[in-house]
Design a protein around this ligand. Sequence first.
Ligand SMILES: Cc1cc2nc3c(=O)[nH]c(=O)nc-3n(C[C@H](O)[C@H](O)[C@H](O)COP(=O)(O)O)c2cc1C
Length: 302
Amino acid sequence: MSNLNINIGELQLKNPVMTASGTFGYGLEYADFVNLEDIGAIIVKGTTLYHREGNDYPRMAETPSGMLNCVGLQNKGVEYFCNNIYPQIKDIGTNVIVNVSGSSPEDYAACAEQINGLDRIPAIELNISCPNVKDGGMAFGVTRKGAASVVKAVRAKYHKTLIVKLSPNVTDITDIAKAVEDEGADSVSLINTLMGMAIDIERRRPLLSIKTGGLSGPAIKPVAVRMVWQVAKAVRIPVIGLGGIMNAKDAIEFFMAGASAIQIGTANFIDPAISVKVRDGINKWLDEHKISSLTEIIGAVE
Ligand SMILES: Cc1cc2nc3c(=O)[nH]c(=O)nc-3n(C[C@H](O)[C@H](O)[C@H](O)COP(=O)(O)O)c2cc1C
């Protein structure tokens, strides 16, 4: 058995496989299908300061080698999370990370501050793909200034491991990655979904209620691998790679591109036990190649 231990900031992972936010509920929903303790970390649904209804239906559409979604961060708000969900998930036996979203830097910071008080949550992941309501609705994650403003506000209130999840809908993702590193992020995760659209030609209407949505799944993997490779060379903090990972070989591509850990999203909808199968597949591949530690292949492609 190879050594799969990896540290991200102060977060200690027994293996580098995480489940991606919005695709694995709060973890408990999957407990009948997979031993949750075998997963390196579970990143739970996007949480906001206040309750959000999400967008109208339809919110999902299948596309070739991928899917579009516009769920719109449906959740009951951070207070509900702390009082009702946290007590159920705090003893899961692996790292549970909360994905945090907001419409202003102050929102993000207030949400993060409440989670900072939860002993059994060792890290948060900031989703900076949300529209900045004060600044015309442009997503925070698409400008250096917007991304930096969120991380700065959160860093002042949140004292544990801070992961910032980057949007791929930008011209130069390394620029945003460097900005969040400068503000004190411990790690970056990438990529979030790519903006997409699909049309029902008979009804002459978009398939999604709000017309456009986020594309995920195998269709986005080459874009994600390229961005992970670029970002890993541009920053000193560890990079977490995701986007279209369906099996262990996909995960190994991300490690070679420079990722220290990976996340699995859309694949959970096809096989709820995929995260542990990917962990086992990584182990098998490393054994077959006589590699004793995962760290030996991280960034192998220059
Ligand atoms: C239905 C759905 C809901 C999602 N919700 C969130 C979310 O709340 N916060 C977030 O940061 N990313 C969210 N994502 C993005 C995923 O976490 C992931 O970044 C993306 O799907 C790419 O990975 P994949 O190709 O493995 O799915 C969501 C994705 C899907 C498909």
